[in-house]
Every structure is written in C-alpha cells, then in structure tokens.
Design a binder for this molecule. Structure first.
Ligand code: E4P
Length: 219
C-alpha cells in the first residue's frame, strides 16, 4: 500500500521522507493557503525533494477551458506532478482530453462508487474518495472503498484508489483492509501510526530489569 502525506509543509515532508514509508504527497488549496509564499516555487521544491514520487497539485480555475490550460501549466512544473481535478460533471470532457494527452490525474472530491466507476473507465491515474467528509454526513466511507476496489478489480481498471480525508489511525487500518491502493495521511496521524502504549510500557519495563544487572557496556 502506498502512503502519501496530506500536506504542503516542506519540513513535515522532509521528515516523513526519512522514515522510508513515504510514497508521495497530496496537496490541496487549503494546505497551500497555510504555507503562503511563492506557491509555484514551493511545489517545485516539494517535487524535487520527493522525486520520483507523485506530488498531487489541485487546479484552482473553475471554467473548463481555463482548467485545461492550467492543468498543463501545473503538470509542467515538474515531471512527477499529478494534477488534481474535482469529480464534477462539467469537467468530464476536459478530464477525458487530459488523460488522452498523457497528463496524470488525481480525481478529487469523489464521494460515490458510480463517480469512481466513470473515472476509472476514463483511465485516470488516481481517484480520491473522501472518507472523513462522508462520515461527517453519516455515510459509510469504508464501504465506498470496498465497493470501488471491487469495481476496479472486476473490470481490471488500472486506476488506483487513493483514500483521502482520513481522520485517524483507525481510518488507515480500515482503508488498508478495504483495499485502497494508497492512503493520504495527515501529518499528525502519520506521526501516530507507530505509537502503542504497550510498546512504550514494554520498553520501559525491559530497561528497568536490564539496569538491575548494573552492566556498563554490552556486549
Ligand atoms: C487530499 O487529497 C484531500 O484534499 C484531503 O485528504 C481532504 O481532507 P479533509 O477532508 O480533512 O480536508
């Protein structure tokens, strides 16, 4: 399973890269708004840090013609950029066109299995179902991942399911079991993934018992 970090924070990405667990990053306009500065330069810096891993960058235009141009401009920032486009009916023709032109796409704000089916049929690289936001409206985000994985497998689509809007380590566990190919994980959850109170307690107990021997150097 691929792990992406759900952030645009360079320092957090540089630290996460050192763990060896990181396969890429998903940014969005909210994440970028928190960083400020020269957004294009930041994206280029992140893309270079993580190369050749995928760096998702969302379009900000609204009109389909403007999005089409902007998608190419964003993709040209670095070879490992994936362009995020919302799963919006008006954008279907431009999504189709961009796929045929070889622009790697991550279809974001995706909330139903049929939306995912249509996007997988168009052969986009990633679809991003938003788990937390579905749960906010009392819908089952994990069931959606199960359904999407079945659809992708039945029809042998190459589209990867990128579980997004994760709010807990339990979400990471659940989307992994449900068959998501990738999970994009917020920094605070990424940092908690290896935490377990019994690991900490066990280490402290072993250390205490070892100290009773009074050995200065071992071996
Ligand atoms: C990532 O691609 C999404 O933009 C992100 O996971 C959304 O998360 P949120 O619902 O917590 O804003």
């Amino acid at each position: 399973m691929k792990f992406f970090l759900d952030t645009a924070n360079y320092k957090a990405l540089a630290e996460a890269k050192e763990t060896g667990l990181l396969d890429g990053v998903t940014t969005n306009p909210t994440h970028l708004s928190k960083e400020g500065g020269n957004v294009s330069e930041l994206i280029k810096k992140i893309a270079s840090l993580l190369s050749p891993c995928d760096v998702s960058v969302e379009i900000t235009e609204k009109d389909p013609c403007a999005i089409y141009t902007q998608a190419h401009e964003i993709a040209a920032l670095a070879p490992n950029i994936v362009v995020k486009v919302p799963c919006f009916p008006e954008y279907l023709p431009l999504i189709n066109k961009l796929v045929h032109e070889g622009v790697p796409l991550n279809i974001t704000l995706l909330f139903s299995a049929v939306q995912g089916l249509c996007m997988a049929k168009l052969q986009v690289k990633y679809i991003s179902p938003f788990i937390g936001r579905l749960e906010d409206i009392d819908s089952d985000g994990i069931e959606l991942i199960h359904d999407l994985r079945q659809i992708v497998d039945i029809y042998a689509y190459e589209t990867q399911i990128l579980a997004a809007s994760l709010r807990s380590t339990l979400h990471v566990h659940e989307v992994a079991l449900a068959g998501a190919h990738c999970a994009t994980i917020p920094v605070n959850i990424f940092q908690k993934m290896l935490d377990h109170p019994l690991t900490t307690k066990g280490m402290s107990l072993f250390d205490h018992d070892w100290q009773t021997l009074g050995i200065k150097k071992f071996p």
